[in-house]
Design a binder for this molecule. Structure first.
Ligand SMILES: Cc1cc2nc3c(=O)[nH]c(=O)nc-3n(C[C@H](O)[C@H](O)[C@H](O)COP(=O)(O)OP(=O)(O)OC[C@H]3O[C@@H](n4cnc5c(N)ncnc54)[C@H](O)[C@@H]3O)c2cc1C
Length: 469
């Protein structure tokens, strides 16, 4: 069922309340429903986009400027999936090494995650050499509100309440007693057994910090809430020309034509050998004719013979040619963090202040990845790569948009290194869980939503165990 606000309705027989109706929140609700467990979804926004709702997402960024926080997420039913790109793939096994769970804990949910995202469960990988794999993404077109609206409307187990925002939780003796919510400008107390905070990669930290401020004895002061915030820097690494035919001979596989983009990712060996983080690159699988001329002109200046060869390859349509975009990993640091600002929203909740500095380690990763990929192309005569000057000179990488908000409530073993445990439960609180990419201990290079959904399915299993086993 879907209600427009939290009126005087009986909520006694809902043992679980989920805050946030993005991919994380909706997924857990769907899985609980399959287990015949009733749950509430409390959503701050309405069914559709509204400027008024988005203003609650404004925040200050101190340090290196990244995409405005009110533009890089959506505060409405379906959450940020309302304008996401849909790129989907499980994380690399080696990117989970610092997590308290490994890929065996996520793999059981691959198939179901693909069903939710309407994508094929196919993520092929082909070794190019000791340092690189060609990798495969799937591209989901699912908008969670569109796909699941009718399902939720007709569900007897899921009650979605719109236009109702969580302010904070109240609890003591290691238990959350109730959530303070605001609906129709009125404060309501919402009581249930299990509380799941799924408000996205910034709000999860903001709301937990506010909860700690409101009742200090409830949430441990030592939990690093808001800290180790990371994203996936997305940048232009350079340009390249690669021979289709030679690449196909080298790879001996057939997923060059099928994908509209061609992706390569670092193997663990590259990160060890070069002492860098993980990263991936992609370029259009179709020739980008607009930049042909520029590239050939550049090559003719420095290597006339090779330039002529390139021109011939273009004539034979044997070339992938164009910009090389990079998806980079960042190392989590205590200094990149979300804190509460002095400025408050209209309900008196402090706004977000994000401290963020780009990392030199990521810049070095961009340079050395591109250099090594260039070596691969040259040694095998696959083509040529030109690294962007500012990356080559280790000056800076350009930020093309920061859309993945990771960390802040990271998973780990104890309160000294993390906020939630391997089951996403807040350390020291029996019945409060956090769901979403704020839980990522490290980010790898892979887009996060696939992993968010795997974790959200796993969370429903955990809640089921807690309720019935
Ligand atoms: C332009 C863009 C492109 C992207 N492309 C990709 C991509 O290609 N692949 C990929 O994997 N990821 C992509 N992402 C990231 C992806 O959108 C997020 O990872 C995903 O939406 C996170 O899901 P979530 O449920 O954790 O958070 P969200 O989707 O942000 O949902 C949070 C929900 O909580 C609600 N909420 C917030 N505050 C409160 C409150 N106080 N009380 C109650 N409810 C509240 C919000 O209204 C929202 O519904 C992209 C993001 C952007 C901005």
């Amino acid at each position: 069922m879907i209600l427009k606000n939290l009126d005087n309705i009986g909520l006694d027989n809902f043992p679980v309340a989920i805050f946030g109706s993005g991919p994380a929140g909706i997924t857990t609700a769907l899985e609980l429903e399959k287990k015949n467990i009733k749950c509430l979804i409390i959503e701050a926004g309405d069914e559709k986009y509204s400027e008024t709702s988005q203003t609650f997402y404004e925040g200050k960024i101190i340090g290196d400027q990244i995409t405005d926080l009110s533009l890089s997420r959506l505060r409405q039913f379906g959450g940020t999936s309302g304008h996401w790109g849909g790129w989907s793939k499980p994380m690399e096994k080696y990117n989970l090494e610092l997590w308290p769970i490994n890929e065996n804990k996520l793999n059981p949910y691959l198939k179901r995650t693909c069903e939710i995202l309407n994508i094929n469960n196919q993520f092929r990988k082909s070794s190019v050499n000791e340092f690189f794999n060609q990798i495969e993404f799937q591209y989901s077109k699912v908008r969670f509100a569109d796909k699941f609206k009718n399902y939720i409307k007709n569900s007897n187990n899921i009650l979605l309440i719109l236009n109702t925002q969580l302010s904070h939780f109240v609890g003591h003796n290691n238990n959350t007693k109730y959530a303070v919510c605001i609906s129709n400008d009125t404060i309501k107390e919402l009581r249930t057994k299990y509380f799941i905070l799924a408000c996205g990669g910034i709000e999860n930290s903001r709301l937990l910090l506010w909860t700690r401020d409101k009742n200090q004895k409830f949430i441990d002061n030592e939990l690093p809430i808001g800290k180790y915030w990371i994203n996936h820097p997305w940048t232009l690494g350079g340009r390249g020309v690669i021979s289709r035919k030679k690449l196909k001979e080298k790879l001996g596989n057939d997923f060059i034509e099928q994908n509209y983009l061609l992706h390569f990712a670092a193997k663990k060996e590259l990160t060890i050998k070069k002492k860098i983080l993980s990263a991936a690159i992609y370029m259009g699988a179709k020739e980008d004719t607009k930049i042909y001329k520029d590239i050939i002109k550049d090559i003719l200046c420095v290597a006339p013979e090779y330039g002529k060869k390139i021109a011939r390859m273009i004539f034979k349509k044997d070339l992938k040619c164009g910009n090389i975009f990079m998806q980079l990993e960042e190392n989590p640091t205590e200094n990149n963090k979300i804190v509460l600002d002095k400025k408050k929203d209209k309900f008196g909740i402090p706004m977000t202040k994000l401290f963020y500095k780009k990392s030199k380690y990521t810049l070095k990763t961009a340079k050395l990845f591109m250099e090594e990929f260039g070596n691969l192309c040259r040694r095998n005569d696959l083509g040529r790569i030109a690294i962007k000057d500012r990356i080559y000179n280790l000056e800076e990488y350009e930020d093309l948009g920061t859309f993945h908000h990771l960390g802040g409530t990271r998973m780990g073993k104890d309160k000294f290194d993390s906020v939630v445990n391997k089951d996403l439960k807040v350390h020291g609180v029996n019945n409060l869980y956090v769901s979403g990419s704020s839980n990522f201990a490290t980010g790898g290079y892979t887009n996060p939503t696939f992993t968010i959904i795997q974790l959200a399915i796993r969370l429903a299993e955990e809640i089921n165990k807690r309720l019935y086993i």
